[in-house]
Every structure is written in C-alpha cells, then in structure tokens.
Design a protein around this ligand. Sequence first.
Ligand code: SAM
Length: 680
Amino acid sequence: MDQPKPTASITWDENGQPISSQFDDVYFSKNSGIDETRFVFLHHNHLPERWQHLSAGSVFTIAETGFGTGLNFLAAWQMWRDHAPANATLHFISVEKFPLNRDDLERTLSLWPELKEIAQLLLAQYPPVDARGFHRLNFGSVQLTLIYADAIAGFSQLLAIENPGPEVQRRSCGFSQYARANCVDAWFLDGFAPAKNPDLWTDDLFQLFAKLSHTDTTFATFTAAGIVRRGLAAVGFTVEKVPGYGSKREMLRGIFSAAPAVETAKGKYDPSWHLVEASEGSVKEVAVIGAGMAGCHTAWALAQKGVRVALIEQFEPGAGASGNPLGIVYAKLSHTAGTLADFNLRAYLYACRFYHAQGLFPAIGDACGVLQLPEHGEHETQLKQIAEIFARSPELARWLDKDEASAFAGVPLNSGALLLPQSGWLQPQQLCHALTRHPNIRVISGARVNRLAQTESGWDLWSDAEQPIASADAVVIACAFSAKEIEQTSYLPLKKIRGQISLAEANAQSAQLKTVLCGDGYIAPAINGQHCAGASFVLHSEETAPSWNEHQENLANAAALSPALADLSVTEINHGRTSFRCTTPDYLPIVGPVADAEAMKEQFAPLRRDAKTTIDSPGSYHPSLFVNVGHGSRGLAYTPLCAELLASLIANHPLPLPRDLIQALHPARFLIRDLGRNRI
Ligand code: SAM
C-alpha cells in the first residue's frame, strides 16, 4: 500500500502569515508578499512587456519550483489579465513536494483581498493533497499544471524522453511534438533558500531547467546564493545579480543563452518510439470523426484552444454508446499503485473539476455522490485501504460504515461503502450536445467517414459520395470500434463488449435513494419515477436487442445493495437500452498519434530478437492523424482528460500528463509490445 505522502507543515506568525516548520523558512516576504512576487518574479522576467507583444493565439509558459500558497501563480494570473491579448493562453506549471492543505491555503490567500476572486476559483479546483502527480486546472485563458512531486521527478516527466541521445538533445525543442510542447518561456525559481533547502538546488535540477528552456527563456529568483548562480551559469544561463526586494541586498535574474550544453547521454538512451517528428506550421482546422463523448470532448478542448473543428457523425451527437439516458462519473481507484490506478485517479479528478467548473453539474446531472459497496470481504478491506490512502483528502474519497452510508444514501444498505462525494450522474447525450454548442465547432451529422486520404496540406475525409465530406489540417479518429474500419487505425486491438441498462419503475422505498450505488452493477436515484440500473457485461455478442435475462441481472445486482431495491421491476422489454463498450487489452484508452503500423514493424523489427534493444529514432506516424478511443464503460470519467491531452498535443500546448502516462496511452504501445513478444 502507498505510504502517506508529505504535506506542508505550517505554523502562523503574529501577522497570520504562514511559516514552514519543515524548512524553518517563510513562504514570502514578511513585509509584502505580493509586492515581492511582482518585483522578483514578474518584473525581473520582464513579463508585462513580453506579454504586451504576444501575437494573437500564442501560448506563454511559466514554470515554477514550489507552488506553496499559490501567491506567485495568482499574481501572474492577475497581471496576465491586465497585459496579455485576450486570445492568448498562459500556462503555469508548478511543482510542489509538500502541498498545503486546502484550509491552510484558504487562510493564507485571505491575506490578499485583491486576489479574492481568482483565489476562489483556484480553491474550487485545488487538487486533494493525497493525489500525487499531475493535475491540469483550467481557468479559460489561464491553465495551471500543478504537479505534486519532487521538483526533479516532476519536471523530468515534462521531457519527451528522460535521457535523450545527442541527436535528440541537439535538435532539442524542435524534435518532437512532445518536447516542443514543454518548452518554458520564464522560470520562477522559488523553493526556499538554498541554505534551508539544499536538497532542491542541485545540479540535476539545473540541468533540467536547461533541457526545458529555449533561447530567450528567462529566469528570476529571490536568492543570490553562489550555488544557484554557479549552477545556472554552468548549464547555459547568463546570470545577472541585481538589487533584491526590500531588505534583501541581491537577487538573480537571467536568460538562457546557450545551445543546451548539458551532459545527458549516459551510454543508453531512452526508447523514442513514441516520438513524432515535428510538423511545420500550426493546425487551424481539425476534423473529428465521431460525436460521442470522446469526439465531443476532443472537439470542445480543441475549440477552446482556438482551433476550428468539423465534428463528423454518422448519426447525430451522442447516439452510440454515449446515448444512454444516464451515466456515472466513475473511476476505479485502487489500493495498489500502478499505471491504471494512476490514470484513473487523474482522469476522475479532472472530470469532476471539468463538470463542476462548466456548470454541467447540476445542469445536466447531479453531483449526488457515488457509494461503492464491496463485492466481497477482501474487497471491503481494499476499499478501506483506499480510504486510508486518501485519509487527508475526504473530499476525494472516504469510508462510511453501514449506518453512515445508509444515512447518506437515504435507503438502508447491506454494508458500509466508499464514498466519492464529488461524483454523480450525468446525461451523456445532453453532454454531447452541450459540448458541441461552441462557436468554433461545426457539426456534420448523418455522414459516415470510411476513408482518409492524405493531401498536401492535411487530409480529405471520404464517404461513399463523390466529394469528400471535409478537408482538414489534422484528423482525430474518435469513433470507438468503428476505428477498425478506417484503414490507418485498423491495427488497433479494440474489443466490443455489449452492455444493457434497465429502466425500472421506482417504488415508495426505492424513491428514497438519493445517491448512486455501485457494486457488481450500479443504480441511480429515480428520475421521473424511473431508476437507471446497469450495465450487463456480455462478451462476443453483436446482438442489439434488449434481453429479459440482462434486465433480471441488472435488477438482481441492485437488489444485492439494499433491501429497498429488492422489489424493482422492468415492465417492458424495451425499457432499457443496449450499447457496446469499446475496450482495449490493458483497459487503458488509446490516445495520441496514429502509428504507420507497417513502417513501425519494419523499423522496430530488432525488438523481435531483443525486446530491450533501444532504437534511438522517432517512430513512424501518419502526419497529423490522431486517435482517441477505448474508454470502455468509463467514458464520462476518461474522456475529458484524454481530450485535453490530445488537444494540447495538436495545438502545441504543454501537456496535462506526465511522460509515463502519455506513453501508457500511446496508440503505438501494442505494436511495440507485440514486437517485443515476437507476436507480430
Ligand atoms: N511560490 C510559492 C508561493 O507563491 O507561495 C512560495 C514557495 S515557498 C518559498 C517554497 C515551496 O517549495 C514550498 O511550498 C515547498 O514545499 C516547496 N519545495 C521545497 N522543496 C521542494 C522540492 N524538492 N520539490 C518541490 N517542491 C519543493
């Protein structure tokens, strides 16, 4: 089981300002924290001047060591609003090893009434302190990537490959879409004084700064310590000493002026099969195939980044597996660490933030909470372990004993349960419609794409008609298992699993249910006198008609959760709906660039003999062709983050996930694995 993770340990001085007891140091100047921030970090990175000259649609990226109280972030956000063009985007990436808990953060931020409005927005999305790793918080033209990790571990996940060979290093930011997306324009080097926190200010960290910088990247830091000055100079920054803020005699500022001169190659390079050669020019128009949840979220995320989208759907938005009357925002948290658990946690938190921030809870659903009941004794132990892992984050998950859980549910339950308080149900079809109502999205319904043809400037999308349905700079295939029917994605190992939901008439007892219950299946509170219960799980079936057996199975699963749900019935066979989940062999979705499967097999053929061979070249990918499929039964939870990942990749914004997870979702992963096992 995961060990408890470190959080900030705070005491308060006589003026109500926070002091770190771990580091015996202040978070900001005792005189005026906000003025110090403006002077040291904003002014000495020349931000107002640089922002005024940004062109429309540009992206500016700040990276910071030590998010702390978020003061630097909020001060930058405030200044961005005053100086940057309206359609530019500020990305603020910050690492924090010891996050403040929400109460301490709120108490600190109340020190600056002028920041109140944006501080409230930050507090509403602030991730639980126990959820380590990457979190993307979306505030419109300002995006925060908050990484709860040690600075080195966190920043190194922004690199496309951790230990690039000389060729990759030399070509630096232009080599891959990933690396380019992660270039930093200005560094805020905070993180407590080197004398108090020597573990932070190391050569490894300075080297990371260099790897993530480009010519013209600036830095500013409150400290003038020799170790920082020499460390930054050694990796290629021109360092200048200037007068510090208030009583501080000196501080440092500077600019990255060298070609990356850092030593990186340690004999063996990281595999680079996932890297894509950078394409020329920016993407202005994208065609997204499939207007289910994956496609609609992708279209929305692209549209928000200023990209025009043609969203093409053979039926109408939300008609396929996304057409169920109700779905649960649900992810599988785990008592053990692992890639699937890590992705689920990140996706779930992102989805909850998204639906709350966009007002979709409560507009088209209800954040009534989800109670997960144990399916057997050992499962109960595991659910309790999950609650322990998140013990300091009850807003994320907590264990309720049988009486507490029954009171929360409004009906007697057969056991205690794990509560996910921020979750609930949404109407997927309404969601699809809400997401597509965007000025940058044009929906083309009733058109089935069956062929993609590459053109000089992008792709033509063809149906059986004589003219292409659309042309675009880039294409995203988001049509679940129908991706198998498009030649370029036919290699993907997608599986169909039939699922049926049942609409059962509520009775006096069941009508008291006020939260979603999950066990072997799930059941939601009654809406208009009907409960939605689901969903059966049938392999190897293409049958679309509802079955009585599966209605009975859904009702039996609900009855096992509470005696109040024992007498439910479905009165007509067609009081339900069947659809097909699109799943993958490792249960992770497939998100990213589409591999040219035949070229990859040839290029990476040596893996057949030795799976550990490192082939130090990028993979072969169809230019500007992407895929977002395989969300199984977790579309509501998975698709918002996957869409954000893909849109960031396409629009060349910093990515919302660490390199490890990007590779875990990568569309070429099965080819590489199968070559390594000599299966293809
Ligand atoms: N920028 C912050 C603000 O606006 O409030 C103040 C930062 S405070 C001076 C330094 C922060 O660096 C603390 O929150 C501390 O927990 C964090 N920190 C210290 N060592 C770290 C490390 N190795 N990795 C990541 N964060 C670290």
